[in-house]
Design a protein around this ligand. Structure first.
Ligand code: DAH
Length: 342
C-alpha cells in the first residue's frame, strides 16, 4: 500500500507540474482527489490493512493528500499569474504611436461656388442679406408685378402652406428679398441675397424641388442698363476667366423692364462650339433687367427719382458648370467620394 501511495503521489506531482491550463489542472484534481479518484480508491482498501497499522497508513494517505493539494494550489496560482501577465502584455498601449487619421468633412460644391460669387460682389461693394424661406404671397408674387393669374402661381409649381388666409408659401424665387430691402427705405441699395427656393418639381438631372438662387439688386439715382451690363460682365470675367465674353438676349420677367438673359462665352471651347455648350459657343447663366417702375413704386420708391437693376443666378447651375458636373442629383446625395473631388 505504501508503494501504491508513493506511485500516486509521484504521478500526481509530475502531472501537475507538466500542466499548463486551469481546466486541465481541475481534471487532474478530480482524477486523483475526486470521489472516484485514485487516492479515494486507495482509502477504500483501508479495510485490508491490519487494524494496528491503520492510523499510520491513514496519516500517510492524509499527508500525501495535503501535499498534492498544496502542489495543485501552487501550480494553479502560477498558471493564473502567467495568464494575467500575458493579458497585460497584449493590452499594452504604445502611447508614442502616431494617431489614426481623423476623417474630416469637405466643403460642398454649392458652398464653394456661393462663396466665390459672394467674394466677387462684396468686392464691388454689395452687402449679403438673408431672406426667409417661408414667404407671403405678396412678396413672392404680387409686389413683384406677378399677376394673380400667372401660371407660376399654380399649385403645381408652388408649395402653399395651408393657413386661414391661404397666402403663405415656400418662396419659389429669391426675388422677394428685393421687396423687403426696398421697403426698408434705406437708399442706395447694393445687395446680394442667396438662399433656398422651392418648386413642386420632380427630381431629375436638371431639376429639384429645392434649389438655390442668388438675387442681386442695385437701386440708386441714375442707374442705367449700362451699369447692369458693366457689372454683370465684370462678374462673369471674375468667375469664369478674364477672356470670357457676355451676351444679353431680350427676355421677359414681370418685375423687370427691359429684361434679359445673360450668356457667357463657353469657357471650355472659348466660343467655337463644343459638347459642353451644345455647339452654340454660349452658356446661359442668369436672368436680369431694370427694376420695373411698378415694383419700385409698390415698395415706396419714387421711380422718377430712382432706378435700379436686378439679377437672379441659379447657384446649382454655376456649380455644375464650374465643376463640370452633369447631374444635379449628385449635389444633393452628399456622397463623400463625390464631395472630396472639389
Ligand atoms: N426670379 C427669376 C427666376 O426665378 C430670376 C430673376 C430674373 C431674378 C431676373 C431677377 C431678375 O432679379 O431681374 O427665374
Amino acid at each position: 500500500m505504501k508503494t501504491r501511495l508513493e506511485q500516486i503521489r509521484e504521478k500526481a506531482i509530475s502531472q501537475i507540474s507538466g500542466c499548463d491550463s486551469a481546466e486541465k489542472l481541475n481534471e487532474i484534481r478530480v482524477a486523483i482527489l475526486g470521489k472516484k479518484g485514485e487516492l479515494t480508491d486507495l482509502l477504500k482498501s483501508m479495510k485490508d490493512v491490519a487494524p494496528e497499522d491503520r492510523p499510520k497508513v491513514g496519516q500517510m494517505v492524509n499527508e500525501a493528500r495535503t501535499e498534492i493539494e498544496r502542489v495543485l494550489e501552487e501550480h494553479k496560482s502560477r498558471i493564473e499569474r502567467a495568464l494575467r501577465e500575458a493579458r497585460m502584455k497584449a493590452e499594452v498601449i504604445d502611447v508614442t504611436l502616431p494617431a489614426g487619421k481623423a476623417q474630416i468633412g469637405h466643403r460642398h460644391p454649392n458652398t464653394i461656388a456661393l462663396e466665390e460669387v459672394e467674394r466677387i460682389f462684396v468686392g464691388m461693394g454689395y452687402e449679403v442679406v438673408e431672406g426667409s424661406e417661408v414667404e407671403k404671397d405678396y412678396y413672392n408674387f404680387e409686389a413683384l408685378n406677378i399677376p394673380a393669374d400667372h401660371p407660376a402661381k399654380d399649385e403645381q409649381d408652388t408649395f402653399y402652406i395651408t393657413c386661414e388666409s391661404g397666402d403663405i408659401l415656400l418662396r419659389t424665387q429669391t426675388s422677394g428679398v428685393q421687396v423687403h430691402e426696398m421697403e426698408k427705405g434705406r437708399l442706395p441699395i447694393r445687395m446680394l441675397a442667396p438662399g433656398r427656393v422651392f418648386r413642386s418639381d420632380e427630381v431629375d438631372a436638371t431639376h429639384s424641388p429645392c434649389f438655390h438662387q442668388i438675387e442681386g439688386l442695385v437701386v440708386d439715382k441714375h442707374i442705367t442698363f449700362a451699369d447692369l451690363k458693366g457689372t454683370l460682365a465684370e462678374f462673369a470675367k471674375e468667375l469664369f476667366g478674364r477672356e470670357t465674353r457676355v451676351k444679353f438676349r431680350p427676355h421677359h420677367f414681370p418685375f423687370t423692364e427691359p429684361s434679359a438673359e445673360m450668356d457667357v462665352s463657353c469657357f471650355k471651347c472659348g466660343g467655337k462650339g463644343c459638347r459642353f455648350c451644345k455647339g452654340s459657343g454660349w452658356i446661359e447663366i442668369l436672368g436680369c433687367g431694370m427694376v420695373h417702375p411698378h415694383v419700385l413704386e409698390m415698395s415706396g420708391i419714387d421711380p422718377e427719382e430712382y432706378t435700379g437693376f436686378a439679377f437672379g443666378i441659379g447657384l446649382e447651375r454655376i456649380a455644375l458648370l464650374k465643376y463640370e458636373i452633369d447631374d444635379m442629383r449628385l449635389l444633393y446625395e452628399n456622397d463623400i467620394r463625390f464631395l472630396r473631388q472639389f
